[in-house]
Design a protein around this ligand. Sequence first.
Ligand SMILES: [Zn+2]
Length: 128
Amino acid sequence: MPLRRCPCGTGLLLAECCGRLHDGSAGAATAEQLMRSRYSAFALGDVAYLLATWHPATRPRSLDLDQDVRWTGLEVLATTGGALLSAEGTVEFRAHYVGNGSSGAQHENSRFVRDGGQWRYLDGVSLS
Ligand SMILES: [Zn+2]
């Protein structure tokens, strides 16, 4: 794997950051870590990881990523819960993109719950 910075913006190499979650060599300790790894998966087009980290109750059967959208940056704005010993948490974030002839940001408050010991994405509210 080439040396590249992680899309989630920590400044770490992908292989030392979200890449460890994507390849299964590490699990997300916090809801924010899972959120960051899912953002990176969107940026990298890793549909399998996105589905695998979706809570079974809300997981879509399949997921089509818009090939014209390129994710360009992530800001984590606020978190509640989601710590090492929490059962649930929320992460408010703004994800920037360019595509389809324009640029913009998705502003969302996502909910995460622990399922069988693993953090999973449950759902989100758009705040725009
Ligand atoms: Zn990362």
